[in-house]
Design a protein. Sequence first.
Length: 455
Amino acid sequence: MFSPDTYQNRRKALSKTIEDGIIFLPGNIPVPMNYPSNHLRFRQDSNFLYFCGLDFPNLNLVMNTGSGDSTLFGDDLSVDQIVWEGDRTSIKEMAGLAGINHFRPNKDLSKHLKKKKQSIHYLPQYRADQKKLMEQLFNGKGSSKNLIQSVIQQRSIKTEEEIIEIDQGMVVTAEMHKLAMMLTRPGAKEQTIVGQIEGFALSYGRRLAYPVIFSVRGEILHNNEYNNTLESGQLVLNDSGAESPMHYASDITRTFPVNGKFNKRQKAIYHIVNEMQFEAFNYCEPGKSYKDAHLKAASIAVEGLKSLGLMKGKVEDAVATGAHALFFPHGLGHMMGLDVHDMEGLGEDLVGYDDKKDRSDQFGLAYLRLAKELEPGFVLTVEPGLYFIPHLIDQWKADKKNNDFINYDKLDSYRDFGGIRIEDNIVITNEGYRILGPPIPKTIDEIEGLMEDNA
Ligand code: GLY
Ligand code: MN
């Protein structure tokens, strides 16, 4: 945990932005796997972690906007519970760790919330159990827009201590990625390598920030199947990241050849994706919009694909009509923090867009999660990719979609290419940006160098 001051200051800053009443922040409760006492591994709610850092189930936090005072609701374990689970930090100690002055048992929570005539502010919930609790407590009265915006504002700007936590947390992620490259070889099974890298993170007490994507079918953007045996000549895409000890995410993608050597065609596409990322980085500075970075990456994609004969026509026109999205159908990146898609549960548009930027409904651009101007302290991913998605190619070709920009005949021989994505995590600084975490092999030479002994 950070120091009690950190959490106190965060709560004070939040309380100041809300005019009256109280702010109610429920912590997460355990989720049963198949019966109540056999539950899934606990993950605390990220807003709860942000405002008090307490990583224990069955806690609730109430902040008073007037005084800035907070009350922690929770129960010490009974002796019966201690027999099975062991003792845990007392509620009094927890309150001290988070700089909270008052603490009370959970049975007092409902009475406390219902007392006096006070407005109660709370955030949208993403879990069925918490949604139900809110329904019961507040009779369906909606969450508070002001509160959502204040929390987003605050969590968007990462402080120095958060950046250090993310940076240090990424040491494990970097090792996971190198391990994956070293284990990859013809005949290995995807599942075996996923087990090894996930096990590596677990052996340091870390969990993954999201399910691993490790596949020779890299064109499936969120592919969580690991059924393939790796074959020479294929590429494998590894999108995986460990959480830091305080649950800050990391989100890294590398794509590499199963046999350790890129062939000519793979090299050509890899160079384009690398160039997309390189050019996008040039837009990563305060005041520049991330939508412009995305569009720049798209124009590099079109230029590169034109040079290979896969696209044609004027680059600006192709990007304006969204023709590049056949190959680059997702956004350039997203905010990252305590959630891998940071604060997505509070509303993607509220996090990534503002009055100056509306979300497009054009295929591809519509999936851009972050479009607004960048500010110092934003932590985000830069993750361009190029993919050959047979279903999408067939659909567009049948519809004669963007015929003026795409050479469909040339695409046939790329149908089993898969996909390439390169993803890094950055922080926006006053001067520009900095890549977070230790370096992970990325250039063709670096990757081939590391994989040299695998073949
Ligand atoms: N790492 C998965 C994603 O960014 O959606
Ligand atoms: Mn990502």
